[in-house]
Ligand binder design. Sequence first.
Ligand code: CO
Length: 131
Amino acid sequence: MKIDHVAIAVNNLDQAVKQYQQALGIKEVEFETVESEGVRVAILHLKDSRIELMEATRDDSPIKKFLATRGEGLHHIALETDAIEGEVTRMKECGVRFLGDIRSGSRGTKVAFIHPKSLSGVLAELCSHPK
Ligand code: CO
């Protein structure tokens, strides 16, 4: 397992991208809108992982609710595994709680979200990239 990305909820994506680019000295940024989740994402590539900045695209977006209650900041960490089905089964056997089932993420990934209560208050995404 390794950290695939860290996702941060922001109020203004373009502003946050500029701030992160300057602070981290990153030139290239990819943008992606995931309509099903109500988010627009900016992907900043680091050496072996990514930072994803996320803003809400509509009022019923989960990110909108997150920002309203908690403000800007860490939304989730994503842990990459080669075998998501096996990991989810193993984790459930040790009592880890999930938010919903394994589902399709962007670019052919499979993702599952671990309840923050199972990881000391941090929402975590398990993900597998297509082989
Ligand atoms: Co993510």
